[in-house]
Design a binder for this molecule. Structure first.
Ligand code: 5GP
Ligand code: ZN
Length: 115
């Protein structure tokens, strides 16, 4: 998937404000932040969405979550944050390379969903 924008970001072919990188994952600031802290954690290997996840992706998916708290704290979300994974049409996914949004900052988040 060479035309995938997040693959290109992970490979450094499109510039981004990098937060973190290891053998499995890449993290970078969202280009259009919705909160003072808003960055994305992606697997380096292309994976369109949670619909395509299988056991073989567990190392990368686990790493995405296991680094989230430390990176959030380092970015200034020291009193909590929200993790969001949008999937498919109903989830309003825009970029089809799976990603976790880490969203935080001082008291900026509304309740989870309107009831
Ligand atoms: P989704 O709706 O797919 O969960 O969210 C995609 C996110 O990717 C959006 O928040 C959008 O601002 C961000 N995004 C899209 N293109 C780029 C880009 O080229 N660079 C960065 N840093 N973020 C991007
Ligand atoms: Zn990709």
């Amino acid at each position: 998937m060479t035309d995938c924008i997040f693959c290109k970001i992970a490979r450094g072919e499109i510039p981004s404000k990098k937060v973190y990188e290891d053998e499995h994952v890449f993290a970078f600031h969202d280009i259009n932040p919705i909160a003072p802290v808003h960055f994305l954690i992606i697997p380096k290997a292309h994976l369109p969405s949670l619909y395509e996840c299988e056991a073989g992706h567990e190392a990368a998916l686990g790493r995405m979550l296991s680094v989230a708290g430390r990176l959030a704290r380092e970015q200034g979300a020291t009193d909590g944050f929200r993790t969001i994974i949008n999937t498919g049409r109903v989830g309003r996914q825009e970029v089809y390379h799976v990603h976790i949004h880490i969203v935080g900052g001082p008291d900026v988040l509304p309740g989870m969903l309107k009831r």
